[in-house]
Design a binder for this molecule. Structure first.
Ligand code: GTP
Length: 434
C-alpha cells in the first residue's frame, strides 16, 4: 500500500518546524520527515530529531543539496524512494523550503517515480498571521508613509533564476497560498481577533478551495494535518482565486469583441448566487476585500505600465494574468503582482504571431479561444484582488497606460521597453520605494 504524504510549505519562520515537532510528538504512528532548508540544511532536521522518539533519528532525512525545487529532477524522488526502501514508516511529511514553489514538489508525488510508493494526501501551507497581515492587509494609516512614488528605473530589477527561483518573495508566498489544500494561519497569538479574521478572509479569497484553520505554536490535532485525502492535482492547479476570477469573467462575457477598447467589464465575478460560485467565496464587502477583472484589447505602453507598477495602488493585494505590452508582439507576458512586488515573465507566445497555418491549427484545437479580427489573441486580462481599494480608479489608471489612438499608429519598437523578451525571462518591479 502506498504511503500517504503531506507537503508542508510556508515562508521562512512561519512555524512549519514548530507544527511538525508537535505533530511528531502527538501522532501515534511512525512518521518519516524529509526536511529541506535553503542555506540551513540540517538545522531543522536536528530540531525535529531532538523532539521525536525515533530512536535512531534516521527517519529524519535532510536534502543536502539545497532547495528541493531546484533539485527536483532527481534528488527529491531518489531520496524519498530510498527512504521508502530502507525504512519502515506509515506516513511521510516533506517540509519544503520556505522559498520553494509547492506545485513542482507535489507533481513529483503524482507523476514522478515517487508516485509509485507514495500517495499525496495534502499540501499544507503555514502562514505567519502577523507578517501576512502587515504585508498584505495593512490599513491606510499603516502604509501611508511608504507610498513615495519611485521611477521605474530605480525599482526595476531584471532577474534570472537563482537558488530562490526567479520570483520575488511576496509572489512566492501567494503562490504557496494559492496552491494548497489546507491553510494553517499560525502565530494567532500575535494578532487581534479582527486582524485574524481579516487574514482568514483574504486567504479565502486568494484560495477559495482550501480549508483554513488557525493556530498558536502549530497546536493542531494530528488528524487535521494527516490523512485528509484533500489533494487533487487538477483541482489544485486550477484553484487559485485569481484564476477563478479570470475564468468566470471569460465565461460570463464570452470571448468575442466587446465595447470600446474591447472592454469586458464584469463587475464582480464572484457574487453570491452565481452559478460559478464555489464554497468559501464570501461577499466582497467583507473586510473591504474586493475582486474584479480588467480586460482590454489594446496594448499597454511599456514605460507607463512600469511606472504604474512602481507606484501600484496601495490596496491592490494581488493582480495576475496575461498582459499585452506594445513592442512585445510575440511574447505573452504574465504579470504577477503580490503586495508591493510585481514580476513580468514571458510565459508563452501569442498565437497571432505564428504563421497563418499554425494559427489555424491552434484555433481549431481551441475553438473557445478569444480572437479579435485585428489583434488575434493579444489582450490583457487580469484578475484584481484588493482591500479598501477603489477598483474603478485602478482600472482607470490602467487605462491611462494603454496606447492612445496616436500611439497606435507609431512604430511600437521605438518605445523604451525594459520588459522581458525571452521565454522564462523575468523583470521585477517594486513599489515600496526600495
Ligand atoms: N509567537 C509565536 N511564535 C511562534 C509560533 N509558532 C512558531 N513560533 C516561533 O517562530 C519561530 C520560527 O518558527 P519555526 O517553526 O522554526 O518556523 P519555520 O517555518 O520552520 O521556519 P524555517 O525553518 O526558517 O522555514 C520560532 O522561534 C518559533 O518558536 C506562534 O504561533 N506564535
Amino acid at each position: 500500500m502506498s504511503v500517504p504524504v503531506t507537503i508542508l510549505c510556508g515562508e521562512l519562520g512561519a512555524g512549519k518546524t514548530t507544527l511538525l515537532s508537535r505533530l511528531l510528538e502527538e501522532a501515534d504512528r511512525e512518521i518519516a520527515v524529509l526536511v529541506n532548508d535553503v542555506g540551513a540544511v540540517n538545522v531543522d532536521a536536528d530540531l525535529v530529531e531532538a523532539r521525536t522518539d525515533l530512536s535512531t533519528g534516521e527517519e529524519v532525512l535532510a536534502l543536502e543539496n539545497g532547495c528541493i525545487c531546484c533539485s527536483l529532477g532527481g534528488e527529491l524522488s531518489r531520496s524519498v524512494i530510498q527512504l521508502w526502501k530502507e525504512h519502515d514508516f506509515e506516513y511521510l511529511v516533506v517540509e519544503a523550503s520556505g522559498v520553494g514553489e509547492p506545485e513542482p514538489i507535489a507533481r513529483q508525488f503524482v507523476r514522478g517515480p515517487a508516485g509509485g510508493p507514495y500517495d499525496l494526501d495534502a499540501v499544507v501551507t503555514v502562514v505567519d498571521a502577523r507578517r501576512f497581515h502587515d504585508r498584505f492587509t495593512a490599513g491606510e494609516h499603516d502604509v501611508a508613509n511608504s507610498s513615495e512614488a519611485t521611477s521605474p528605473a530605480e525599482t526595476l530589477r531584471p532577474q534570472g533564476p537563482d537558488e530562490t527561483g526567479s520570483q520575488p518573495l511576496e509572489n512566492l508566498l501567494l503562490e504557496q497560498v494559492e496552491f494548497c489544500d489546507l491553510l494553517v494561519v499560525n502565530k494567532c497569538d500575535l494578532v487581534s481577533d479582527e486582524e485574524r479574521e481579516r487574514v482568514v478572509s483574504l486567504l479565502e479569497t486568494l484560495q477559495p478551495r482550501a480549508d483554513v484553520v488557525t493556530s498558536e505554536y502549530g497546536a493542531l490535532e494530528p488528524e487535521t494535518i494527516l490523512d485528509s485525502g484533500r489533494f487533487d492535482l487538477e483541482a489544485a492547479a486550477k484553484s487559485a482565486g485569481w484564476k477563478r476570477v479570470i475564468e468566470t469573467d471569460a465565461d460570463e462575457h464570452g470571448t468575442g469583441e466587446t465595447n470600446e477598447h474591447g472592454t469586458a467589464d464584469p463587475g464582480h465575478g464572484h457574487s453570491h448566487g452565481d452559478e460559478h460560485e464555489h464554497e468559501h467565496v464570501h461577499p466582497p464587502e467583507r473586510y473591504g476585500i474586493e475582486v474584479d477583472t480588467y480586460h482590454r484589447r489594446r496594448p499597454l505602453h511599456p514605460k507607463r505600465f512600469l511606472a504604474f507598477l512602481a507606484d501600484a495602488p496601495e490596496g491592490l493585494i494581488r493582480a495576475k494574468g496575461l498582459c499585452w505590452i506594445a513592442g512585445r508582439e510575440r511574447q505573452a507576458i504574465t504579470m504577477s503582482l503580490a503586495g508591493t512586488e510585481t514580476s513580468l515573465e514571458v510565459t508563452g507566445r501569442w498565437i497571432a504571431s505564428l504563421s497563418e497555418e499554425r494559427q489555424e491549427q491552434y484555433r481549431e484545437q481551441q475553438p473557445d479561444l478569444s480572437w479579435d479580427e485585428r489583434w488575434g489573441d493579444r489582450e490583457t486580462r487580469l484578475a484584481l484582488i484588493g482591500r479598501d481599494v477603489n477598483m474603478a480608479a485602478v482600472k482607470s489608471r490602467l487605462d491611462d497606460c494603454l496606447l492612445s489612438d496616436d500611439e497606435l499608429d507609431v512604430e511600437w519598437s521605438t518605445f523604451e521597453n525594459p520588459t522581458p523578451t525571452g521565454m522564462d525571462e523575468t523583470t521585477t518591479v517594486s513599489s515600496d520605494g526600495e
